[in-house]
Design a protein around this ligand. Structure first.
Ligand code: NAP
Length: 288
């Protein structure tokens, strides 16, 4: 999957100032500033990355400021990923399909909307040596923006995707729009599921919460991978229960690192290793 932006942007010549931002509300606790500042240092580039709290009514003015010389672009997080679309000049294939932008690229006064969550997930799954699409079925839990990115990305790689969500109507709408099959958890043929991706926010900052309560993980085949996009806590209840059944389970920190790596690459043309972003995001994974 290409990001479609191979050329170095204005401001990427050595020694010129580069500015990048996170626009979100709230913005204070983001790990993006630490990750991107570490990447500038690793790449030997002079650059700044600031997290800016942008309330929803101020988004269009904040985006307009990205057109200034020396600005590389911005990451967008809650609540701007979808709201930003009308204010951008163009969208990448991924951003258009997913309907969400997590990275804005500034090119000669124009703003391009990109979605690096989708290829970031694929890169993280590759790193985790996830089972191939031909190995079996893939289940995506959730029906929000992260699930949309996951379903689009996984289907683009040939996965047979089943979408399971707490509110079934949202899973059905997602599958109608992006493909895949919406299913109730009870209807999924779990013995054929080799990849389970949690793209719901269940478990986020909630060690006892799971998107699959009362679930028997031994129903999945032994080689299955459980990938939880949630990265805080580092071992979610979903991961804990999957590991207790002998399955492999990974948290979302690798995806966090790869989506940041791909944004930085699109802004600067420099491919800084994901390990640099991952270390800067803080902490170590809990492994069994
Ligand atoms: P969102 O748009 O708010 O969607 C949340 C989804 O989670 C909805 O489908 C919701 O179901 C479901 N959900 C929430 N609480 C639940 C619970 N207790 N039990 C079952 N389902 C529940 O959020 P999002 O932007 O898609 O993000 C989802 C998660 O992905 C977040 O934890 C986010 O941090 C993570 N994420 C990680 C990365 C990364 O780089 N690792 C990147 C993007 C997102 P309903 O439809 O029923 O409300």
């Amino acid at each position: 999957m290409t990001l479609g932006v191979p050329d170095l942007p204005p401001g990427s010549a050595p020694g010129r100032p580069r500015r990048a931002y996170l626009y979100a509300d709230p913005a204070a606790h983001s790990r993006s500033p630490a990750m991107h500042r570490a990447a500038f240092a690793h790449a030997g580039l002079t650059g700044t990355y600031e997290a800016v709290r942008v309330p929803a009514p101020e988004l269009s003015a904040a985006l307009a400021r990205l057109r200034e010389p020396g600005v590389l672009g911005a990451n967008l997080s809650l609540p701007h990923k979808e709201a930003a679309l009308p204010f951008l000049d163009d969208l990448s294939e991924a951003a258009r399909a997913v309907g969400a932008v997590n990275t804005v690229l500034h090119r000669d006064g124009r703003l391009l909307g990109e979605n690096t969550d989708a290829p970031g997930l694929l890169a993280a799954l590759e790193e985790a040596q996830a089972p191939a699409p031909s190995a079996g079925l893939t289940v995506v839990l959730g029906a929000g923006g992260a699930a949309r990115a996951a379903v689009w990305a996984l289907r683009s790689r040939g996965h047979d995707v089943r979408v399971v969500n707490r509110t079934p109507a949202r899973a059905e709408a997602l599958a109608r729009n992006l493909g895949g099959t919406a299913q109730a958890s009870g209807d999924v043929p779990w013995s054929g599921v080799t990849l389970l991706v949690n793209a719901s926010s269940a478990g986020l900052d909630a060690p006892d919460e799971t998107p699959l309560p009362d679930f028997d993980f031994s129903r999945l085949p032994p080689g299955a991978l459980v990938y939880d996009m949630v990265y805080q806590p580092p071992e979610t209840r979903l991961m804990r229960e999957a590991r207790a059944a002998g399955l492999r389970a990974e948290n979302g920190r690798s995806m966090l690192a790869h989506q940041a790596r791909l944004a930085f690459l699109a802004w600067t043309g420099v491919d800084v290793p994901a390990s640099v972003f991952r270390a800067a995001a803080g902490g170590h994974e809990v492994r069994p």
